[in-house]
Design a binder for this molecule. Structure first.
Ligand SMILES: Cc1cc2nc3c(=O)[nH]c(=O)nc-3n(C[C@H](O)[C@H](O)[C@H](O)COP(=O)(O)O)c2cc1C
Length: 337
Protein backbone atom coordinates (compact mmCIF):
# COMPACT_ATOMS: atom_id res chain seq x y z
CA UNK A 1 0.00 0.00 0.00
CA UNK A 2 1.26 3.48 -0.83
CA UNK A 3 -0.32 6.91 -0.88
CA UNK A 4 -0.59 6.92 -4.66
CA UNK A 5 -2.65 3.70 -4.77
CA UNK A 6 -4.83 4.91 -1.86
CA UNK A 7 -5.57 8.18 -3.68
CA UNK A 8 -6.24 6.43 -6.99
CA UNK A 9 -8.69 4.01 -5.37
CA UNK A 10 -10.32 6.85 -3.40
CA UNK A 11 -10.78 8.95 -6.55
CA UNK A 12 -12.55 6.06 -8.21
CA UNK A 13 -14.76 5.22 -5.21
CA UNK A 14 -15.78 8.83 -4.59
CA UNK A 15 -17.45 8.91 -8.03
CA UNK A 16 -16.82 12.65 -8.35
CA UNK A 17 -17.88 13.66 -4.83
CA UNK A 18 -14.19 14.32 -4.04
CA UNK A 19 -11.61 14.74 -6.81
CA UNK A 20 -8.72 13.87 -4.45
CA UNK A 21 -6.72 16.86 -5.65
CA UNK A 22 -2.91 16.93 -5.36
CA UNK A 23 -3.44 19.52 -2.59
CA UNK A 24 -6.70 19.24 -0.63
CA UNK A 25 -7.42 22.98 -0.38
CA UNK A 26 -11.12 23.51 -1.04
CA UNK A 27 -10.66 25.22 -4.42
CA UNK A 28 -12.20 22.67 -6.79
CA UNK A 29 -14.96 21.63 -4.36
CA UNK A 30 -15.94 25.18 -3.26
CA UNK A 31 -19.62 25.27 -2.34
CA UNK A 32 -20.03 21.50 -2.37
CA UNK A 33 -21.98 20.98 0.83
CA UNK A 34 -23.46 18.36 0.80
CA UNK A 35 -20.27 16.98 -0.61
CA UNK A 36 -16.70 17.30 0.58
CA UNK A 37 -16.12 21.01 0.11
CA UNK A 38 -16.56 24.21 2.07
CA UNK A 39 -19.84 26.07 2.34
CA UNK A 40 -20.79 28.98 0.06
CA UNK A 41 -17.77 30.52 -1.63
CA UNK A 42 -15.52 27.99 0.11
CA UNK A 43 -13.57 30.87 1.70
CA UNK A 44 -13.54 29.42 5.22
CA UNK A 45 -12.04 26.12 3.97
CA UNK A 46 -9.44 28.00 1.91
CA UNK A 47 -8.60 30.27 4.85
CA UNK A 48 -7.70 27.20 6.89
CA UNK A 49 -5.16 26.18 4.25
CA UNK A 50 -3.86 29.72 3.66
CA UNK A 51 -3.41 30.45 7.37
CA UNK A 52 -1.23 27.38 7.80
CA UNK A 53 0.70 28.17 4.62
CA UNK A 54 1.47 31.67 5.97
CA UNK A 55 3.07 30.15 9.02
CA UNK A 56 6.85 29.53 8.63
CA UNK A 57 9.24 27.41 10.64
CA UNK A 58 12.85 27.97 11.63
CA UNK A 59 15.12 25.19 10.37
CA UNK A 60 17.52 24.31 13.20
CA UNK A 61 19.89 21.38 13.28
CA UNK A 62 22.67 22.33 15.69
CA UNK A 63 21.16 20.85 18.85
CA UNK A 64 20.91 17.65 20.89
CA UNK A 65 17.38 16.51 19.96
CA UNK A 66 18.09 13.08 18.46
CA UNK A 67 15.00 11.11 19.45
CA UNK A 68 11.99 13.40 19.64
CA UNK A 69 9.01 12.26 21.69
CA UNK A 70 5.75 12.16 19.69
CA UNK A 71 3.57 10.80 22.48
CA UNK A 72 1.04 12.92 24.29
CA UNK A 73 -1.58 12.73 27.00
CA UNK A 74 -4.94 14.13 25.98
CA UNK A 75 -7.91 13.97 28.37
CA UNK A 76 -6.08 11.23 30.25
CA UNK A 77 -5.45 9.18 27.08
CA UNK A 78 -1.95 8.13 26.09
CA UNK A 79 -1.60 8.64 22.33
CA UNK A 80 1.36 7.76 20.11
CA UNK A 81 0.95 11.00 18.18
CA UNK A 82 -0.98 14.24 18.75
CA UNK A 83 -3.30 13.58 15.81
CA UNK A 84 -6.91 12.43 16.24
CA UNK A 85 -9.45 11.35 13.62
CA UNK A 86 -12.10 14.06 13.18
CA UNK A 87 -15.84 13.38 13.50
CA UNK A 88 -17.34 12.68 10.08
CA UNK A 89 -20.94 11.84 9.29
CA UNK A 90 -23.17 11.48 6.26
CA UNK A 91 -21.33 9.24 3.82
CA UNK A 92 -24.44 8.75 1.67
CA UNK A 93 -24.98 12.46 1.25
CA UNK A 94 -21.39 13.75 1.25
CA UNK A 95 -19.48 10.94 -0.47
CA UNK A 96 -22.14 9.60 -2.83
CA UNK A 97 -22.16 6.44 -0.74
CA UNK A 98 -18.49 5.62 -1.45
CA UNK A 99 -18.75 3.67 1.81
CA UNK A 100 -21.70 2.96 4.06
CA UNK A 101 -21.79 4.83 7.34
CA UNK A 102 -20.91 1.61 9.12
CA UNK A 103 -18.01 0.72 6.81
CA UNK A 104 -16.65 4.23 7.16
CA UNK A 105 -16.80 4.49 10.94
CA UNK A 106 -15.34 1.00 11.38
CA UNK A 107 -12.42 1.83 9.08
CA UNK A 108 -11.67 5.07 10.88
CA UNK A 109 -12.19 3.97 14.47
CA UNK A 110 -10.08 0.81 13.97
CA UNK A 111 -7.51 2.49 11.70
CA UNK A 112 -6.90 5.22 14.26
CA UNK A 113 -6.55 2.70 17.04
CA UNK A 114 -4.06 0.65 15.01
CA UNK A 115 -2.03 3.81 14.41
CA UNK A 116 -1.88 4.45 18.16
CA UNK A 117 -4.49 7.15 18.38
CA UNK A 118 -8.27 7.62 18.62
CA UNK A 119 -11.09 8.87 16.42
CA UNK A 120 -14.14 10.96 17.00
CA UNK A 121 -17.40 9.91 15.30
CA UNK A 122 -20.23 12.03 13.91
CA UNK A 123 -23.94 12.60 14.17
CA UNK A 124 -26.73 13.60 11.80
CA UNK A 125 -30.48 13.66 11.19
CA UNK A 126 -30.49 9.98 10.27
CA UNK A 127 -29.90 7.94 13.47
CA UNK A 128 -27.70 5.62 11.42
CA UNK A 129 -24.89 8.19 11.67
CA UNK A 130 -24.66 8.23 15.47
CA UNK A 131 -25.51 4.52 15.76
CA UNK A 132 -22.83 3.43 13.27
CA UNK A 133 -20.25 5.44 15.19
CA UNK A 134 -21.29 3.79 18.43
CA UNK A 135 -21.25 0.32 16.82
CA UNK A 136 -17.70 0.89 15.56
CA UNK A 137 -16.66 2.17 18.99
CA UNK A 138 -18.25 -0.89 20.66
CA UNK A 139 -16.14 -3.12 18.41
CA UNK A 140 -13.05 -1.35 19.74
CA UNK A 141 -14.23 -1.69 23.34
CA UNK A 142 -15.15 1.94 23.81
CA UNK A 143 -12.10 3.42 22.05
CA UNK A 144 -13.72 6.38 20.33
CA UNK A 145 -15.23 9.78 21.04
CA UNK A 146 -18.77 10.47 19.78
CA UNK A 147 -19.49 14.08 18.85
CA UNK A 148 -23.21 14.83 18.80
CA UNK A 149 -25.04 17.76 17.24
CA UNK A 150 -26.05 20.67 19.50
CA UNK A 151 -29.44 19.06 20.02
CA UNK A 152 -31.81 19.78 22.85
CA UNK A 153 -29.84 19.69 26.07
CA UNK A 154 -31.58 16.65 27.57
CA UNK A 155 -30.99 14.71 24.35
CA UNK A 156 -27.27 15.53 24.50
CA UNK A 157 -27.15 14.27 28.09
CA UNK A 158 -28.93 11.06 27.03
CA UNK A 159 -26.47 10.40 24.17
CA UNK A 160 -23.50 11.26 26.39
CA UNK A 161 -24.64 8.65 28.86
CA UNK A 162 -24.80 6.08 26.04
CA UNK A 163 -21.20 6.98 25.27
CA UNK A 164 -20.22 6.63 28.92
CA UNK A 165 -21.97 3.24 29.15
CA UNK A 166 -20.01 2.07 26.09
CA UNK A 167 -16.76 2.96 27.84
CA UNK A 168 -15.92 6.02 25.74
CA UNK A 169 -13.25 8.21 27.34
CA UNK A 170 -15.07 11.44 26.36
CA UNK A 171 -17.93 12.86 24.31
CA UNK A 172 -18.61 16.20 22.71
CA UNK A 173 -20.91 18.46 20.75
CA UNK A 174 -20.12 20.24 17.47
CA UNK A 175 -21.68 23.49 18.57
CA UNK A 176 -20.90 25.10 15.20
CA UNK A 177 -23.67 22.92 13.71
CA UNK A 178 -26.14 25.22 15.49
CA UNK A 179 -27.79 26.29 12.22
CA UNK A 180 -27.96 22.91 10.51
CA UNK A 181 -31.35 23.01 8.81
CA UNK A 182 -31.39 19.34 7.85
CA UNK A 183 -31.46 18.49 11.58
CA UNK A 184 -34.27 20.92 12.35
CA UNK A 185 -36.21 19.82 9.25
CA UNK A 186 -35.96 16.24 10.47
CA UNK A 187 -37.65 17.25 13.73
CA UNK A 188 -34.40 17.22 15.71
CA UNK A 189 -33.80 20.87 16.50
CA UNK A 190 -30.29 22.17 17.02
CA UNK A 191 -29.16 25.58 18.16
CA UNK A 192 -26.60 27.64 20.04
CA UNK A 193 -26.06 26.91 23.73
CA UNK A 194 -25.67 29.35 26.58
CA UNK A 195 -22.86 29.02 29.09
CA UNK A 196 -25.47 27.83 31.59
CA UNK A 197 -26.62 25.07 29.22
CA UNK A 198 -23.02 23.92 28.74
CA UNK A 199 -22.61 23.89 32.49
CA UNK A 200 -25.79 21.83 32.82
CA UNK A 201 -24.46 19.26 30.32
CA UNK A 202 -21.14 19.10 32.17
CA UNK A 203 -22.87 18.64 35.52
CA UNK A 204 -25.20 15.92 34.27
CA UNK A 205 -22.63 13.74 32.49
CA UNK A 206 -19.82 11.60 33.78
CA UNK A 207 -17.08 11.60 31.11
CA UNK A 208 -15.00 14.55 29.83
CA UNK A 209 -16.98 17.02 27.71
CA UNK A 210 -15.58 18.51 24.49
CA UNK A 211 -17.04 21.52 22.68
CA UNK A 212 -16.06 21.50 19.01
CA UNK A 213 -16.38 24.60 16.87
CA UNK A 214 -14.93 27.43 18.98
CA UNK A 215 -13.38 30.33 17.04
CA UNK A 216 -13.06 33.22 19.51
CA UNK A 217 -11.20 33.68 22.84
CA UNK A 218 -14.31 34.86 24.72
CA UNK A 219 -16.22 31.71 23.81
CA UNK A 220 -13.22 29.56 24.79
CA UNK A 221 -13.24 31.37 28.13
CA UNK A 222 -17.01 30.79 28.45
CA UNK A 223 -16.48 27.07 27.86
CA UNK A 224 -13.83 27.00 30.53
CA UNK A 225 -16.11 28.85 32.96
CA UNK A 226 -18.82 26.23 32.22
CA UNK A 227 -16.43 23.43 33.20
CA UNK A 228 -15.92 22.10 29.66
CA UNK A 229 -12.86 19.84 29.56
CA UNK A 230 -11.67 20.52 26.01
CA UNK A 231 -12.45 22.71 23.04
CA UNK A 232 -11.81 22.10 19.38
CA UNK A 233 -10.85 25.30 17.61
CA UNK A 234 -12.69 24.58 14.39
CA UNK A 235 -14.82 26.09 11.64
CA UNK A 236 -16.10 22.60 10.73
CA UNK A 237 -13.65 22.38 7.84
CA UNK A 238 -15.26 25.52 6.39
CA UNK A 239 -18.70 23.93 6.38
CA UNK A 240 -20.53 25.98 9.01
CA UNK A 241 -20.20 29.69 8.12
CA UNK A 242 -18.71 31.22 4.98
CA UNK A 243 -15.84 33.71 5.46
CA UNK A 244 -14.59 32.69 8.88
CA UNK A 245 -10.84 33.12 9.35
CA UNK A 246 -8.57 30.10 9.21
CA UNK A 247 -8.24 28.21 12.48
CA UNK A 248 -4.47 28.79 12.58
CA UNK A 249 -5.20 32.55 12.59
CA UNK A 250 -7.44 32.49 15.67
CA UNK A 251 -5.66 29.72 17.59
CA UNK A 252 -2.93 31.89 19.21
CA UNK A 253 -5.54 34.28 20.65
CA UNK A 254 -7.58 31.39 22.01
CA UNK A 255 -4.45 29.79 23.46
CA UNK A 256 -3.62 33.06 25.18
CA UNK A 257 -7.03 32.94 26.89
CA UNK A 258 -7.24 29.29 27.99
CA UNK A 259 -3.93 27.44 27.44
CA UNK A 260 -3.13 25.24 30.43
CA UNK A 261 -6.66 25.67 31.86
CA UNK A 262 -8.33 23.22 29.48
CA UNK A 263 -7.31 20.97 26.57
CA UNK A 264 -7.06 22.81 23.25
CA UNK A 265 -7.62 20.78 20.09
CA UNK A 266 -7.74 22.29 16.62
CA UNK A 267 -8.65 21.22 13.10
CA UNK A 268 -8.96 22.61 9.60
CA UNK A 269 -6.57 22.10 6.72
CA UNK A 270 -3.93 20.10 8.60
CA UNK A 271 -2.37 18.27 5.68
CA UNK A 272 1.01 17.07 6.94
CA UNK A 273 3.11 16.42 10.00
CA UNK A 274 4.63 19.86 9.45
CA UNK A 275 1.14 21.41 9.72
CA UNK A 276 0.64 19.46 12.96
CA UNK A 277 3.81 20.97 14.39
CA UNK A 278 2.70 24.48 13.35
CA UNK A 279 -0.62 24.04 15.18
CA UNK A 280 1.19 22.83 18.30
CA UNK A 281 3.51 25.85 18.15
CA UNK A 282 0.46 28.12 17.81
CA UNK A 283 -0.97 26.71 21.04
CA UNK A 284 -2.81 23.43 20.40
CA UNK A 285 -2.34 20.32 22.53
CA UNK A 286 -3.32 18.05 19.61
CA UNK A 287 -4.99 18.30 16.20
CA UNK A 288 -7.81 16.55 14.36
CA UNK A 289 -7.69 15.63 10.70
CA UNK A 290 -10.80 15.21 8.58
CA UNK A 291 -10.53 14.95 4.82
CA UNK A 292 -7.12 13.19 4.69
CA UNK A 293 -8.54 10.45 6.93
CA UNK A 294 -11.64 10.23 4.73
CA UNK A 295 -9.41 9.74 1.68
CA UNK A 296 -7.46 7.05 3.55
CA UNK A 297 -10.67 5.23 4.46
CA UNK A 298 -12.34 5.51 1.06
CA UNK A 299 -9.13 4.50 -0.74
CA UNK A 300 -7.82 1.83 1.60
CA UNK A 301 -10.23 1.03 4.44
CA UNK A 302 -8.77 0.81 7.92
CA UNK A 303 -5.30 0.08 6.51
CA UNK A 304 -5.60 3.25 4.45
CA UNK A 305 -6.43 5.26 7.56
CA UNK A 306 -3.49 3.75 9.40
CA UNK A 307 -1.22 4.46 6.43
CA UNK A 308 -2.24 8.13 6.35
CA UNK A 309 -1.66 8.51 10.09
CA UNK A 310 1.72 6.77 9.86
CA UNK A 311 2.68 9.28 7.21
CA UNK A 312 1.77 12.16 9.53
CA UNK A 313 3.84 10.47 12.24
CA UNK A 314 6.91 10.19 10.00
CA UNK A 315 6.59 13.79 8.80
CA UNK A 316 6.09 15.07 12.34
CA UNK A 317 9.14 13.13 13.51
CA UNK A 318 11.28 14.74 10.81
CA UNK A 319 9.84 18.20 11.53
CA UNK A 320 10.67 17.86 15.23
CA UNK A 321 14.26 16.90 14.41
CA UNK A 322 14.58 19.77 11.94
CA UNK A 323 13.27 22.38 14.38
CA UNK A 324 15.10 21.06 17.43
CA UNK A 325 11.86 20.26 19.25
CA UNK A 326 12.28 17.53 21.86
CA UNK A 327 8.63 16.67 22.51
CA UNK A 328 5.18 17.38 21.13
CA UNK A 329 3.86 18.10 24.60
CA UNK A 330 6.06 21.19 24.85
CA UNK A 331 6.49 22.97 21.52
CA UNK A 332 7.98 26.44 21.93
CA UNK A 333 6.47 29.24 19.86
CA UNK A 334 10.05 30.24 18.97
CA UNK A 335 10.21 27.46 16.37
CA UNK A 336 8.00 29.75 14.25
CA UNK A 337 9.86 32.26 12.10
C1 LIG B 1 -17.92 15.19 4.79
C2 LIG B 1 -17.73 15.78 6.15
C3 LIG B 1 -18.59 15.41 7.18
C4 LIG B 1 -18.43 15.94 8.46
N1 LIG B 1 -19.26 15.54 9.47
C5 LIG B 1 -19.08 16.02 10.73
C6 LIG B 1 -19.88 15.56 11.82
O1 LIG B 1 -20.79 14.74 11.68
N2 LIG B 1 -19.61 16.07 13.06
C7 LIG B 1 -18.61 16.98 13.29
O2 LIG B 1 -18.39 17.38 14.42
N3 LIG B 1 -17.84 17.42 12.26
C8 LIG B 1 -18.04 16.96 11.01
N4 LIG B 1 -17.21 17.39 9.99
C9 LIG B 1 -16.12 18.33 10.30
C10 LIG B 1 -14.85 17.58 10.72
O3 LIG B 1 -15.01 16.95 11.96
C11 LIG B 1 -13.64 18.53 10.84
O4 LIG B 1 -13.96 19.60 11.68
C12 LIG B 1 -13.12 19.07 9.52
O5 LIG B 1 -13.26 18.11 8.48
C13 LIG B 1 -11.65 19.45 9.66
O6 LIG B 1 -11.13 19.99 8.50
P1 LIG B 1 -10.25 19.15 7.44
O7 LIG B 1 -11.20 18.24 6.75
O8 LIG B 1 -9.71 20.22 6.54
O9 LIG B 1 -9.17 18.40 8.19
C14 LIG B 1 -17.37 16.87 8.70
C15 LIG B 1 -16.51 17.22 7.66
C16 LIG B 1 -16.67 16.69 6.39
C17 LIG B 1 -15.69 17.08 5.31
Amino acid sequence: MDIHSIKTAARENFAGSCRVCPVCNGVVCAGEVPGMGGLGTGAAFRHNIEALAECRLNLRTVHDVKRPDLTCRILGLELDLPVIGAAIGGTALNMKGAMTEQEYTEAVVSGCRNAGTISMTGDGPNPIVFDSGMAAIHKEKGWGIPIVKPRQTEKIVELAEKAAAAGCPAFGIDIDAAALVNMTNAGQPVGPKTGKELEYIKNHTTIPFIVKGIMTPDEAEACWQAGVDAIVVSNHGGRALDYTPGTAEVLPYIAEAVKGKMTILVDGGVRSGVDVLKMLALGADAVLIGRPVIIGAVGGGKEGVEFVLDQYKAELHAALLLTGTAKVSDVPVEILW
